[in-house]
Design a protein around this ligand. Structure first.
Ligand code: SF4
Length: 357
């Protein structure tokens, strides 16, 4: 099956009138676009760099500790290397490390704009967070809502790609990951994203579907640092990822009738129990046989593994990643052992233990 991947503009504003702005996670980009900014997801720039280790080294030479998450260090390295001068930093609803990253960026003379998701997905509070962001950037919520309408077709295409993945078996887990994770900034050009993805969907519909007897997996947790090797390795073992949890959330599967409702339905910033509800529903709908839970070294979200293991019945393999961007032999073996266990007990919902080394 041919592999289509997304392409990335590295911090090139679409027109001279668009001002580049770095983002540290999925944020309400509709507000940024309506204010004349072109968002660039710094995580995507980092992970698609031909030499991401170099970006981590930049951060470590600046004093970031070795036991700091690689994504944070990579974001810092991108900011320094690409000379980004304006960054939107999420101070609530993403990562506690971002708060201190923001302070360091300010120290370096960058303009770091804070944005806080409300503690709970409450539409009124979400609206006032969006309003404050819009005012700080010199735009209005009404203008941002109009951008939401313009992005609707891009989001719909991304969700159609997702449907073709799990329902029709025509899209690989890696393609699904790449195109959904890119909806955080639409690869810095939503027009090009729509065009390229539209062409890919036409191509996908001509493919032969994956074999029906392959194992069906869910991938939950933050995006992996070794995505380009993990998904193909799973497929080399007659299994495929049919659900990329957070990546799908980036595409806003429940857009609602306003920006405020859209970002309330987005599960990532709020209580993990909202994510659990979404994951359980999708696991059932997509007939998932097993779950891979990815945790990033030194990330507070890894503690959520306790909750996932206590709330989900499907067998679960927890994988950790740090600053190695390829799948080590140790990880390959663990994935293979997990898939072997699933294949000998297919569609069993009562095994919830990690395969030991
Ligand atoms: S992986 Fe965890 S620690 Fe790292 S940036 Fe994301 S939320 Fe923060």
């Amino acid at each position: 099956m041919g592999l289509y991947t997304t392409s990335y503009l590295i911090l090139e504003p679409k027109t001279e009138l668009m001002k580049p702005i770095g983002i540290t996670t999925t944020v309400p980009i509709e507000v940024l676009l309506s204010a004349g900014y072109q968002p660039a997801d710094l995580n995507n720039v980092f992970i698609n760099d031909p030499n991401p280790e170099r970006l981590i080294n930049i951060a470590e030479r600046a004093g970031f500790p070795s036991n700091c998450c690689s994504w944070i260090k990579g974001i810092y390295g991108v900011c320094m290397e690409h000379g980004i001068d304006t960054i939107l930093c999420v101070t609530n609803g993403d990562c506690s490390n971002t708060v201190m990253l923001m302070e360091v960026l300010k120290l370096k003379g960058l303009r770091a704009i804070p944005f806080a998701y409300p503690d709970e997905p409450d539409a009124r509070r979400m609206r006032s967070s969006l309003q404050a962001l819009a005012e700080s950037l010199g735009t209005t919520l009404e203008a941002a809502d109009r951008v939401k309408d313009k992005l609707k077709s891009c989001r719909q295409l991304a969700l159609e790609l997702d449907r073709l993945t799990w329902q029709d078996g025509l899209v690989s887990g890696l393609e699904n990951h790449l195109w959904l994770v890119s909806t955080s900034d639409f690869n810095q050009d939503s027009t090009r994203y729509r065009h390229q993805l539209g062409e890919l969907l036409v191509e996908c519909r001509k493919r032969q579907p994956y074999p029906k007897d392959w194992l069906r997996l869910a991938y939950i947790g933050v995006p992996p640092v070794y995505a380009r090797e993990l998904y193909p390795h799973v497929e080399d073992n007659q299994a495929r990822v049919v659900f990329n949890e957070i990546q799908r959330q980036f595409a806003m599967p429940q857009p609602g009738d306003s920006l405020a409702t859209q970002y309330c339905h987005y599960t990532y910033p709020y209580s993990i129990f909202g994510r659990v509800k979404d994951i359980i529903r999708e696991i059932k709908r997509r007939r998932v046989d097993g779950i891979i839970h990815y945790v990033q070294a030194f990330c507070h979200r890894g503690i959520g593994d306790i909750i996932f293991r206590n709330t989900m019945e499907s067998p679960m393999l927890t994988l950790e990643g740090h600053d190695e961007f390829h799948l080590t032999q140790h990880l390959r073996t663990r994935v293979e052992a997990f898939l072997d266990m699933l294949s000998r007990h297919p569609r069993s919902a009562d095994i919830n233990q990690e395969v030991q080394q």
